[in-house]
Design a protein around this ligand. Structure first.
Ligand code: PMP
Length: 550
């Protein structure tokens, strides 16, 4: 019999891209970085993502958003467009195009206005996706250092990021307007992803300039990058051209609803991020670094040996974004930022610095034992937001409730030997949280000192009383009727709360009882959170103790 060589069919040939095309490269995932340096994921602090450290809080019931997953979204996204128009200050929702993040809109703009034989001009160095989207459309690309109308005369599209990623610098609306007026046949795309952090918007110019498109996103100031919601603002005929070329339903129903609610009543981290951005920059300048003023949620630090510095930081679990000529740092909670500043040799030294650090009332505790690895970033004067991931769902829930009631911000990541049991994780997490409280309070000067709360949860009821004076003592009486809730052995809770108390150096009394163990535990953690909030509050009169300073 004749044997025939099997013919391996070749893969179909994709549409060509220019040789310069290279896909977007994400930063290395956390788990890979940890593995590379023999660290636990909890030991890594990411300053490289240009997103806020804590997630935005959905302001509508999540169940409502997930109730109709069998249906398609309403394809005109009217609610979202109306919310975006009102937020951005444009009267007509027909000026708004929505997309799955600003990235989606960049691709739609490229698809609409670029092609082989058309020229795309990029004001560089900047966000790499303009280049990628232009090359996918086979446009010719050129990079320019400044927004210069003479150089852009032949361009179909000019991309400008304002404030710019990665430098943080900004251009004035007047400069942008005169450029757009000089080139009426060129589409000028102004990416305002970071405008909330100190940029000057050009949205008011859209009414007058038919060649202007402004990009916005909910990924930055709103803390909702995971939702993938972005929008563009342009005159209605341009918006219609873009909408005609977008996919029919790019944004999921939950994303569109949560996004619209966020735009209607913005609750952002801008103030805190800007304060930390400016503090980090001042500390770096004082330590001899050179960094330009930033109007975004990051700082660019020019460095001759950027790669070496980034490597050195990475080996210590501190991730910054690296560029050939510098590193980019996105602020996190103050305690985290202090860890990075210390690693950069820009830590605080003098008494005034220490007093300033104390006033920030923030702490970062990173701890690894053979049983667990965990990181806690705590900021006492926060907004009650928590991101808690311990691997034990009910513990996450309890700490989230406690944080909400306490008004602090908490980012807690723990990985423990849960395959053995949850004992070590529960205990270590609460002990480290106690340490974080102790550190964040510092000398405890000026705090209210006492706090108490009674919290009912249906049939259950808890009382908590806290004294911050440094005489550690715990009286914890949680009257559970069973052994477990979810993955958590309830017997661990009193002991863990005791550890919290001892490590923090507080006096804590908690009593809780009821028929439903779930409620008993919830009431106890909520009451503790409320009592802590009261006790930690700063008073003008200082710590009240008949024996002098606590
Ligand atoms: N534009 C700029 C300038 C960015 O830096 C980023 C994200 N890093 C984006 C757009 C992407 O935004 P989105 O998450 O909305 O796609």
């Amino acid at each position: 019999m004749m044997s025939m060589d099997p013919v391996t069919p070749g893969a179909p040939t994709p549409r060509e891209t220019p040789p310069a095309f290279a896909p977007y490269r994400w930063a290395t995932p956390l788990a890979d970085i940890a593995a590379r340096h023999g660290l636990q994921p909890a030991q890594i602090l990411r300053f490289d993502g240009n997103v806020p450290p804590l997630p935005g809080v959905p302001q509508i019931p999540l169940s409502e958003s997930f109730a109709r997953l069998n249906e398609y979204p309403e394809g005109s996204y009217r609610e979202l467009r109306e919310a975006a128009a009102a937020y951005a200050g444009v009267a007509d929702p027909e000026c708004i195009v929505v997309g799955a993040g600003a990235d989606d809109l960049i691709a739609i703009i490229a698809r609409t206005y670029l092609a082989k034989g058309r020229r795309s001009m990029i004001v560089a160095p900047t966000y790499p996706v303009y280049r990628i989207a232009s090359l996918v459309e086979n446009a010719s690309i050129a990079e320019i250092g400044t927004l210069d109308a003479v150089q852009c005369r032949a361009a179909a599209v000019v991309w400008l990021c304002n404030p710019n990623n990665p430098t943080g610098e900004k251009l004035s609306p007047a400069e942008i307007a005169s450029f757009a007026r000089a080139l009426p046949d060129t589409l000028l795309v102004v990416d305002e992803a970071y405008v909330e952090y100190g940029g000057d918007t050009v949205v008011p110019l859209v009414a007058e300039l038919p060649n202007l498109v402004v990009l916005r996103t909910l990924s930055k100031a709103f803390g909702l990058a995971g939702l993938r919601v972005g929008y563009a603002i342009a005159q209605p005929q341009v918006a219609a051209e873009l909408t005609a070329r977008r996919s029919p339903a790019p944004i999921t129903i939950p994303s569109a609803r949560i996004g619209a609610a966020a735009l209607r009543s913005p609750r952002t981290d801008v103030e805190e991020t800007v304060a930390e951005r400016d503090r980090i920059r001042a500390a770096l300048l004082a330590a001899g670094y050179d960094c330009p003023e930033s109007f975004a949620n990051f700082i660019f630090v020019p460095l001759a040996a950027a790669a070496a510095k980034a490597d050195e930081l990475e080996a210590r679990g501190l991730m910054v974004r690296r560029f050939p000529n510098g590193i980019r740092i996105t602020p996190r909670l103050p305690g985290d930022n202090d860890v990075l500043l210390a690693a950069l040799g820009a830590g605080e030294e003098g008494a005034a610095d220490r007093a300033a650090a104390e006033a920030r009332r923030s702490a970062t505790v990173i701890r690894t034992t053979t049983e667990t690895a965990l990181r806690i970033s705590l900021k006492l004067d926060g907004k009650g937001r928590a991101r808690v991931l311990t691997g034990i769902g009910f513990l996450d829930h309890l700490l989230t409730l406690m944080t909400f009631q306490s008004g602090a911000d908490l980012d807690l990541l723990a990985g423990g030997d849960l395959d053995v049991d949850e004992h070590h994780t529960v205990e270590d997490v609460l002990a480290a949280l106690g340490d974080a409280y102790g550190q964040a309070l510092g000398a405890r000067s000026g705090v209210t000192r006492y706090g108490s709360a009674v919290v009912p949860m249906d049939e259950a009821r808890a009382t908590a009383a806290v004294d911050l004076v440094k005489r550690p003592h715990a009286e914890i009486a949680l009257a559970f009727t069973g052994d477990r809730v979810g993955g958590l052995a309830l017997t661990l809770l009193p002991h863990a709360l005791e550890r919290f108390t001892m490590q923090a150096g507080f006096t804590v009394h908690i009593d809780a009882a009821g028929d439903d163990d779930h409620h008993v535990a919830e009431a106890a953690f909520k009451a503790l959170g409320r009592a802590l909030k009261q006790a930690c509050e700063v008073t003008s009169t200082g710590v009240r103790s008949t024996k002098g300073e606590a």
